[in-house]
Write a new protein. Structure first.
Length: 104
C-alpha cells in the first residue's frame, strides 16, 4: 500500500521524471528467499542458481527524490509487509480469512 500512496502523490503533483518508490532496506536474495519461505511455506526448498550478467550487486534504491519532492517513504518493512500482503492476496483470491501469512 505504501507504494500506491507514493504513486498517487506522483500522479496528483506536477513532478516530472523518474522516482524510485522502492524500499531502501538492503537485503540479499537469500535473505528475501528465507523471509518468503518463513512466511508462505517453511518446507519450501530454496534453489541456488547462477546470477545473470545484469544482476545488480547492490539492491538498495535511492529514494531521496521521493522523500524530498513527494514527502514519501515506505512505512512497513519486509518482515511485516510480506505477511500482510500474503494474507490480503489469500483473502482476495481464495476467500481465506486466516490471520497472518503462514500456511496451516
Amino acid at each position: 500500500m505504501a507504494q500506491v500512496e507514493g504513486l498517487m502523490r506522483l500522479m496528483e503533483g506536477e513532478h516530472v521524471g523518474p522516482f524510485n518508490l522502492g524500499n531502501p532496506g538492503e537485503f540479499t536474495m537469500l535473505e528475501l528467499a528465507k523471509v518468503v519461505q518463513e512466511t508462505i511455506d517453511p518446507e519450501a526448498k530454496i534453489e541456488y542458481r547462477p546470477n545473470t550478467e545484469d544482476d545488480p550487486h547492490k539492491r538498495k534504491p535511492d529514494i531521496t527524490k521521493a522523500k524530498e519532492q513527494l514527502g514519501w517513504e515506505p512505512k512497513v518493512d519486509l518482515h511485516k509487509g510480506l505477511p500482510l500482503m500474503v494474507s490480503d492476496f489469500r483473502q482476495r483470491i481464495f476467500g481465506d480469512h486466516k490471520e497472518g501469512g503462514s500456511v496451516a
